[in-house]
Design a protein around this ligand. Structure first.
Ligand SMILES: Nc1ncnc2c1ncn2[C@@H]1O[C@H](COP(=O)(O)OP(=O)(O)OP(=O)(O)O)[C@@H](O)[C@H]1O
Ligand SMILES: [Mg+2]
Length: 597
């Protein structure tokens, strides 16, 4: 059964991200409404001035304006002191400025908080997603979703949602105000609204797929750059610069053309919108003038109405753009939702944290990454405190066995089980399991930082004595002492400034620092010479006798002293025994042994 999505709708995701800044967001929207109301109040003052003060006729002003007039001393007094109108206009403008400032400021605060929260949530989620998810999704694409898609989401809230709310408030208030001025003219003004809004809605649907397409293209483009930068040494070494450049340029051009096509559509949308808007304004000016001449509209009301119409035209047309932009935001939200709805690795509430210095048992374990079996029906036991070796050709499934033990991947239902001290590892808390299994990966990965920082990566603080002790066991201390800056030597991104063997030994030291009861060395001595290999092995042998050590290697000399050696071939366990037993019995082990001699 497919697990239920954590965020079933776009709104649920946004509300989740908005946690903690909802109130500020709401207050900012209230100030947006205040700005709209003050905007609509201004034409009232103008209309009153024209009709009551300049032309001396009556003007049907709203209650609040009546109160203000009475407060200022009545119409007659204002006529004598016309500057009072100027003061009122200034006061309204100042109030609007304040409301506008508070709206923008609070809106930015809530939106920045949202983006910050979204970034945190996304990052925390991504690093908890299973390996199989990371294998399927390209890093560059994930980064694009966390940066540019998140930016689109920010714009969506900062501009589109607020604009939408503002526009709706403005339209509703304006229509009420307009109806009070003149019903016929209002009907004319509103007649074209459904056309403008309907057209933008139609457009919104039409353009959605194109936006998804360009977003995907952008994701692929950044994935391409990311992969090429990470593999820059391979690109150089194989002289593939020209090929990669051409490949990138071709794709970039395709991306550009898609955008141009999209912009063509957008431009035609905006241009036709301009035309309809202009036509509507023309109608109001003309019909309003006729009504004025007939006497059913006063000069003040005519000016007031045209002001309202002008105020309405732009937001309604912007509504089209907002809706169009929303389609883009919708795609970005979906792309973020895809990440957020991918299930994290999680443990049951009652996950166990047992002692781990116990026997490890593989029971009929089978596993496949995709279609074909990589591990088929493998059963064996590693006794606590033993040192075992695993030998086998490349691709025989050695690393996979260890990934299964570390629960980086898990066998499917019916794919057997792995137990430690009799407990199925599926019932053991993942973090606990991984804390107790130290693994030196076949391809060690160092972070940019100093050697000391890298060795002590599992610790909160760098203790130089411990770092040096671990480095000694990994036969690294002598080498590092020869570096100008010693343990403070900077290793560069992914440890590029170190040799393969130095990197491997740093990774071993890193694992020794972890001091775990189960230690796995996945082909970790392949890049060191036989002498160093022997040195490290004898140091390892002197570690606590309770530590279980699993050493994967292609080199028989590395495994010669192991308590037992398991031989893998094409995902099957084909032989097991000590070196002395295996070297005399027919089989893969003896063949490899003879070859290596
Ligand atoms: N993440 C993955 N997705 C799909 N297939 C994979 C993945 N990792 C490994 N495989 C496949 O699984 C098989 C076993 O790989 P594994 O890394 O376990 O071999 P190995 O015995 O460690 O080899 P080597 O000695 O070269 O390290 C290989 O055929 C490989 O192609
Ligand atoms: Mg391997």
């Amino acid at each position: 059964m497919k697990p239920k999505n954590k965020y079933p709708t776009r709104a649920s995701l946004l509300l989740g991200f908005l946690k903690g800044s909802k109130l500020i967001f709401f207050i900012s929207i209230c100030f947006a409404a205040a700005v709209a109301a003050l905007d609509l109040f201004m034409p009232k003052i103008i209309a009153f001035t024209v009709d009551s003060i300049l032309l001396g006729s009556s003007y049907d002003s709203p209650a609040i304006l009546d109160k203000l007039i009475a407060f200022a001393g009545g119409i007659a007094y204002i006529k004598e002191h016309i500057y009072l109108i100027a003061i009122l206009i200034c006061a309204v403008a100042l109030l609007r400025m304040l409301a506008s400032y508070l709206f923008k400021f609070l809106n930015s605060v809530s939106e920045e908080r949202l983006v910050c929260r979204a970034r945190d949530t996304l990052y925390a989620h991504i690093i908890r997603l299973p390996m199989s998810w990371h294998n399927l999704n390209r890093t560059g694409d994930i980064i694009q979703r966390c940066t540019s898609d998140l930016d689109t989401l920010r714009n969506f809230l900062a501009e589109q949602v607020t604009n939408l709310v503002r526009t709706v408030i403005l339209i509703v208030l304006a229509i009420i105000f307009m109806l009070r001025v003149n019903v016929t003219l209002t009907l004319v003004a509103l007649a074209l609204l459904p056309i403008i809004v309907g057209y933008s809605l139609y457009f919104h649907v039409k353009i959605g797929a194109s936006f998804e397409h360009v977003d995907e293209m952008e994701g692929r483009l950044s994935a391409m750059v990311q992969e090429n930068l990470t593999g820059v040494r391979v690109v150089r070494a194989f002289g593939r610069e020209a090929y990669e450049r051409e490949h990138f340029c071709n794709y970039n051009e395709k991306y550009m053309n898609t955008w141009i096509g999209l912009m063509k559509l957008l431009s035609s949308f905006w241009a036709t919108g301009d035309f309809v808007g202009g036509f509507q304004a023309l109608l109001i000016v003309a019909i309003g003038a006729v009504l004025c001449v007939k006497g059913s509209l006063s000069a003040g009301e005519y000016i007031e109405f045209i002001s309202y119409n002008a105020m309405l035209t732009w937001p309604v047309r912007a509504l089209g753009r907002v809706v169009a932009d929303m389609s883009k935001a919708g795609i970005s939200i979906d792309r973020i939702m895809y990440i957020m709805n991918s299930p994290e690795e999680s443990d049951a509430e009652d996950a166990l944290t047992p002692a781990m210095n116990k026997d490890i048992v593989f029971e009929h374990v089978s596993f496949k990454y995709e279609e074909s079996d990589v591990i088929s029906d493998v059963s064996f036991t590693i006794k606590a405190g033993e040192t075992v070796g695993i030998l086998g050709g490349t691709g025989s499934g050695k690393s996979t066995l260890m990934h299964l033990l570390d629960r980086l991947y898990e066998p499917d239902e019916g794919g057997g089980r792995i137990t430690i001290g009799g407990i199925d590892i599926r019932n053991i808390d993942r973090a606990w399991l991984r804390k107790n299994i130290g693994i030196v990966l076949q391809e060690p990965y160092l972070f940019s930082g100093t050697i000391a920082e890298n060795i002590a990566i599992t610790r909160d603080e760098v203790n130089m004595d411990e770092v040096r002790a671990a480095a000694k066991i990994a036969a690294l201390d002598e080498t590092v002492s020869k570096f100008n800056k010693g343990y403070e030597t900077y290793v560069g991104e992914r440890g590029v400034t170190l040799s393969g063997g130095q990197k491997q030994r740093t990774a071993i030291a890193q694992m020794i620092m972890k001091d775990a009861p189960i230690m796995i060395f996945d082909d970790s001595l392949s890049a060191v010479d036989s002498q160093t290999d022997a040195m490290i092995r004898s140091e390892l042998a002197s570690l606590s006798s309770e530590t279980t050590k699993i050493i994967i290697s292609h080199r028989i000399s590395t495994l010669i002293h192991a308590d037992r050696v398991y031989v893998m071939d094409h995902g099957k366990l084909v032989q097991q025994g000590t070196h002395d037993e295996l070297s005399v019995s027919d089989g893969l082990y003896r063949k490899i042994y003879e070859l290596q001699q």
